[in-house]
Design a protein around this ligand. Structure first.
Ligand code: CUA
Length: 339
């Protein structure tokens, strides 16, 4: 009776473990290459599927031979020890050639995909220069006169050519559903082209270890409908919003204009710094600190007061001398107003 209860208990533990393990596969997976949303993504997905089936084929062949050997040649009472075999030319040529052929069948489509996605885009492609920084992404649209950070907007269905480089160490640009990975290397430019097929927000991640906050170097690509992209583009091309007279945002602009922020950040017509992200339209970003936090007042206030406490190694230093709570609140109001 006790044994029966134990068995039921053990069974329940096993079932719970299995259920939890399966639940872990349930998603959502915002950074999965298995749900491609661009021609580039589909090309990678096809490659993955092909190589997966080659791997399955190799696995089945090897495991079958192993099982046959285990069963057929296992030790039996009274049977003499097997004779060691040396040199079988046909077999040796066979097991050298077979993997070589399989590797060629994997390598050719892989190289073809790399070349197809790294080539020149047509002249009408939207060009975006991507620059990796510790630990954020800068985007420049050379033909549109737009500079922004961390959130890239592209129109759906249009070819986009991304030129990737770095301002400091090696990073890697990767938006699993859309494009990448491609290294961002200082002094060198790599190019990829893609055409997004669905409107939506896609998250990505720096995929090359680049220092203390490598894991905090996220990015977002917002694929807009044509009209939404047009609206975004026109907004970005305008200067920064002017705060309403006597509003908290106007007080914040005054705080900004006498702060150390000026040295590192650009707000068009207000400050020329280029070390940190361009803040001209910062208020329209959905996230803060390269995708770490939602761009809300609470996080922004903590970020301004002490960025390294939120993002280890952040090059944006702790404010010295510290700003008062009122000054930080005013700065938050100003930055949020920059839409
Ligand atoms: Cu940048 Cu890892």
């Amino acid at each position: 009776m006790t044994l029966g209860r134990d068995a039921v208990k053990r069974c329940r533990i096993w079932l719970t473990t299995v259920a939890l393990a399966i639940a872990g596969c349930g998603g959502p997976f915002p950074q999965s290459t298995l749900q491609p949303r661009s021609d580039f993504g589909h090309a990678i997905d096809h490659l993955f599927t092909d190589i997966f089936w080659w791997a399955v084929f190799v696995f089945v062949v090897v495991e079958t031979l192993l099982l046959v050997a285990l069963v057929r040649f296992r030790h039996r009472e009274g049977r003499p020890a097997p004779k060691a075999a040396h040199g079988h030319t046909a077999l040796e040529i066979g097991w050298t050639l077979a993997p070589a052929v399989i590797l060629v069948l994997v390598a050719v489509p892989t190289m073809r995909t790399i070349l197809a996605t790294a080539g020149d885009a047509p002249p009408d492609a939207l060009k975006v220069d991507v620059i990796g920084h510790q630990w954020w992404w800068e985007y420049k649209y050379p033909n549109l006169g737009i500079v922004t950070a961390n959130e890239m907007h592209v129109p759906v269905g249009k070819r986009v050519q991304v030129s990737i480089t770095s301002a400091d160490v090696i990073h890697s640009f990767w938006v699993p559903a859309l494009a990448g990975k491609r290294d961002a290397t200082p002094g060198h430019t790599t190019r990829i082209a893609f055409r997004a097929d669905s409107v939506g927000e896609y998250s990505g991640q720096c995929a090359e270890f680049c220092g203390a906050s490598h894991a905090n170097m996220g990015l977002r690509v917002l694929v807009d409908s044509d009209s939404a992209f047009e609206t975004w583009m026109k907004t970005e091309q305008r200067g920064p919003a002017t705060p309403t007279p006597a509003s908290p945002a106007e007080g914040g602009k005054a705080v900004y204009s006498r702060s150390a922020c000026l040295a590192c950040h650009t707000i068009q017509g207000i400050s020329p710094g280029v070390l940190g992200p361009n803040l001209t339209h910062f208020g329209s970003n959905t996230t803060l600190a390269a995708g770490m936090f939602p761009n809300d007042s609470a996080h922004l206030a903590r970020w301004i007061a002490d960025a390294p406490a939120l993002k280890p190694g952040s090059l944006m230093p702790r404010m010295q001398p510290p700003l008062s709570d009122a000054e930080i609140a005013a700065l938050v109001a100003y930055l949020k107003s920059l839409k």
